[in-house]
Design a protein around this ligand. Structure first.
Ligand SMILES: Nc1ncnc2c1ncn2[C@@H]1O[C@H](COP(=O)(O)OP(=O)(O)OP(=O)(O)O)[C@@H](O)[C@H]1O
Ligand SMILES: [Mg+2]
Length: 447
């Protein structure tokens, strides 16, 4: 999505204006007088135009208006801005500040235009950059197309087997969960994966034929610990294996100046990264309810409508999660088109599922005697069953034990159950939210 703000970059009035003034003063006194015959103008330009990754990927044949092509960058002497190269955490050159000429040439007439580009850090933190360009006024439409392509390249993703994180503290992560390890009622598990798979394999064509944007939105709803995050992770791993782009929207807060970690801007950014990627894209948006605060709810609704977002032709699938479907109002839940499908992710319902989880989390320590505990685990979320196993295994390790006795496993279960009961009692006194195990019909089990 090429909004003005991401073509031009955010303007922070105040700190950056000083640097802008220094740079434009240098241009007027030192640069413009060298070209008395040209109608030169200074423009505020997007920092993606000094993004080394984008410039490195710029295709020499990319045709700009008027038959121009981008030829290359040459650093020039300038005492107004410091020349500093920045590397990212992978050791790749990311940005360069300083003064440069960007050369453009037409193939047919060899007409050459040099644009002066100046970029400078404007805080000592090192990542805030402001940039200006000085060029003939008539060249500005060519530059605009060049800048737009730089912006696309800066955000365009190449499949690299990592989930791209938007708004988090790390840039990417590698999902480790296998779909086989997710334990769910068989029909639900099959349906969910079929929905995801068939959207990418068949659905896109259907959307295209109906002249709709290929944008599908699923919601996973369930009490804490039922595996929603695990499902997202397993689907992410599957999607990366298909060479799709996977984007995770993090609701991490950056600090006190960031009151909501869950901001509409992050969703918008994720959609624009997906749209720029030209590959099928999967967006994971955890805790959708947290994005629906009054200030931005209308914006989120519009995005879910798809009306305000550009979606790439290869399709974008948004999977969101929530613990509190009741916090998602009817305008989203009931209006067709905003959420295409809601999957309720339940607590463990069948003994076979509880057994599979217990076996999975006890690993080599599993013993057939442990089956005795299985009926009591039904009705609890997967995270609880994992905790029972992990707690028992840690106790065993502390005691230097070799075999996990039924007694130790049962003690682990009882201890954790008591914790949950105590928490539920506490919460009941304060409000309605509970984590009470249910049986297969959703009714509460006696504790
Ligand atoms: N259905 C499941 N199958 C297998 N393991 C599970 C399942 N549910 C939970 N677990 C185990 O519990 C851990 C925590 O679950 P997870 O974080 O996915 O729950 P969640 O539904 O996202 O919870 P929350 O709503 O609090 O975010 C998982 O990493 C996994 O080890
Ligand atoms: Mg979760």
């Amino acid at each position: 999505m090429n909004t003005l703000s991401n073509v031009c970059g955010p303007v922070e009035v105040g700190v950056s204006s000083l640097k802008l003034e220094v740079m434009s003063a240098w241009i007027e006194s030192q640069w413009m007088p060298r070209f008395p015959d040209l109608e030169l103008r200074t423009y505020y330009i997007a920092t993606t135009c000094v993004d080394e990754g984008a410039l490195g990927k710029f295709v020499p044949d990319f045709e700009l208006p008027g038959g121009f092509r981008f030829v290359g960058v040459t650093p020039i002497e300038c005492n107004a801005v410091a020349s500093i190269s920045s590397y990212d955490y992978d050791g790749e050159l990311s940005h360069r500040t300083g003064a440069f000429t960007y050369r453009f040439q037409t193939a047919e007439t060899n007409e050459t235009v040099d644009v002066l580009v100046m970029a400078s850090h404007y805080t000592d933190e090192g990542w805030r950059i402001v940039a200006v360009g000085c060029m003939p006024e008539a060249f500005q439409p060519v530059w605009t197309v060049f800048a737009r392509e730089c912006n696309r390249l800066a955000y365009a993703l190449t499949p690299d087997n990592e989930v791209v994180v938007i708004g988090g503290n790390s840039n990417s992560f590698v999902p480790k969960v296998d779909w086989d390890d997710v334990v769910l009622p068989a029909a639900l598990k099959h349906d969910l994966m079929e929905d995801v798979r068939s959207f990418f394999t068949k659905g896109i064509d259907v959307y295209r034929r109906l002249n709709l944007k290929p944008f599908r939105k699923l919601l996973l709803a369930g009490v804490p610990g039922t595996g929603k995050t695990m499902i997202c992770s397993a689907i992410a791993k599957w999607a990366l294996a298909q060479n799709y782009v996977v984007i995770y929207v993090s609701s991490a807060r950056k600090g006190p100046s960031d009151p909501y970690g869950s901001t509409f801007a992050k969703i918008e950014h994720a959609l624009s990264v997906a749209a720029d990627s030209a590959l099928p894209a999967l967006i994971l948006l955890e805790e959708l309810d947290a994005y629906l605060h009054p200030e931005e709810k209308a914006l989120v609704l519009n995005v879910l409508d798809g009306s305000e977002s550009s979606i790439n032709d290869k399709g974008t699938l948004l999977i969101s999660t929530t613990n509190y479907p009741e916090a998602i109002d009817e305008r989203i839940l009931k209006r067709p088109g905003r959420l295409d499908r809601i999957f309720i992710i339940p607590e463990t319902r069948a003994q076979a599922d509880a057994e599979q989880m217990l076996r999975q989390y006890l690993g080599v320590m599993w013993h057939d005697d442990h089956k005795e505990l299985v009926p009591e685990l039904v009705g609890y979320p997967g995270a609880f069953i994992r905790e029972v196993a992990v707690y028992a295994l840690t106790q065993l390790a502390y005691d230097d034990g070799q075999e996990l006795s039924m007694d130790l496993l049962r003690r682990s279960f009882k201890g954790l159950k008591e914790q949950i009961d105590a928490r539920d009692d506490f919460l009941k006194k304060r409000g309605p939210i509970t984590l009470v195990p249910t049986n297969g019909n959703g009714s509460k089990l006696p504790i």
